[in-house]
Design a protein around this ligand. Structure first.
Ligand SMILES: [Zn+2]
Length: 362
């Protein structure tokens, strides 16, 4: 089952709704309908009207979150970063970027744009409330207070310096002006994890499942982003040709699975390109394909039965970070390196890890 659906495009970015919204929307409508002002419409009669306004407030809240993410994305787009998508989910929005800007100045602007937008929406909504409340006593006006207050809370919450939240990104950018980028990231992540730990404890004591969820989100995010940053910085300027294995052994589709296992044992490689009669690439066979075949069938089954046919390829001139992204996106361990229709090498996740470790020491 797909986890999210694309509902449209803004600035060329696909906007996705995550499946968790099916829980989030009714939940928010319910909470808004019952909560007393300024966080809801409790006490509004008839009750149906409270739910209707709760629904409008929920829609406006998610539009506000979308605008917050669009603000980050707009700044990133302007400096040439590609945005894969924006997803709205249970506890907010996520803009997935192909690469995070590695210059502190650019990251600072990008990080601040989201909370700044939330504050702007918040203050404007509250001003509208004060203007309208001079003319009418309709409870519908309360919607501007609800949206105003929630946007200010949203902006303030995102500024908590827990990397990779916006405030944490601001902190990293600030520190990166004063120390090497990786060190700044590691420190920001460390602070982020401490704050996540405190949030988790508070979440258990209150108890608040939201706070727990956000704590887990920050903790995982801090670890993942640190890894990605270390890799990006270490591999800067490195091309696939620099780290690939050039002496690549090709195999024919008619070999038996047992023959392939022997080759893996003696060559110490666990993935081979499969070629046809005129040396053209027809697929790739890896250890994980081999493993799926029960031992008693390994003499009878051939490479052709178990190989992956649409092997992904990359050019030797591509950046190593691009190879890393392609592997991560497709959840695979190696890419075949091709130039002018010829196989010139193979680049694996292991090659990347080794390169990152060595380059970090320089
Ligand atoms: Zn943000």
């Amino acid at each position: 089952m797909r986890e999210s659906i694309v509902v449209g495009r803004i600035l060329g970015i696909p906007i996705k709704l995550h499946i968790t919204l099916l829980i989030a929307i009714p939940l928010f409508v319910y909470v808004f309908a019952l909560n007393p002002p300024p966080f809801g419409f409790g006490g509004v009669v008839p009750e149906g009207e409270a739910y209707l306004m709760g629904f409008f407030a929920t829609m406006l809240l998610f539009i506000s979150i979308l605008l917050h993410e669009l603000a980050h994305s707009y700044v990133a787009l302007k400096r040439g970063t590609r945005i894969g998508s924006i997803t709205l989910l249970l506890f907010g929005g996520v803009a997935s970027m192909e690469e995070v800007p590695r210059e502190p100045g650019a990251e600072l602007k990008m990080a601040i744009a989201g909370p700044a937008t939330s504050f702007a929406i918040g203050v404007t909504s509250i001003l509208i409330y004060f203007i309208l409340s001079d003319f009418t006593t309709s409870p519908a006006v309360t919607i501007f207070v609800v949206i105003g207050v929630l946007n200010i809370v949203l902006g303030a919450f995102n500024l908590i310096p827990a990397f990779p939240m916006d405030g944490g990104r601001v902190l990293r950018a600030w520190m990166a002006e004063r120390m090497p980028y990786i060190q700044a990231t590691e420190r920001a992540a460390y602070i982020g994890k401490i704050i996540a730990g405190m949030m988790a404890i508070a979440g258990l004591l209150i108890p608040s499942p939201w706070l727990l969820l956000i704590a887990v989100f920050i903790y995982i995010g801090a670890s993942e982003e640190t890894k990605a940053t270390v890799a990006d910085v270490a591999l800067k300027g490195v091309r696939v040709a620099d780290i690939m294995t050039a002496s690549v052994q090709k195999v024919g589709a008619s070999l038996s699975v047992n023959e392939i296992i022997d080759m893996m044992f003696y060559s110490k490689h666990v993935g081979f390109p499969v070629v046809g009669e005129s040396d053209e690439l027809t697929g790739i066979v890896t250890f994980s394909d081999v493993r799926k075949v029960p031992p008693e069938e390994r003499d009878a089954r051939m490479v052709a039965d178990i190989m992956t046919r649409d092997a992904l390829t990359i050019s030797p001139g591509a950046m190593a970070t691009e190879a890393m992204r392609v592997m991560a996106r497709n959840n695979i361990g190696r890419l075949i390196v091709m130039e002018d229709g010829k196989i010139v090498g193979i680049v694996s996740r292991k090659d990347l890890v080794r390169a990152i470790e060595l380059l970090r020491e320089q």
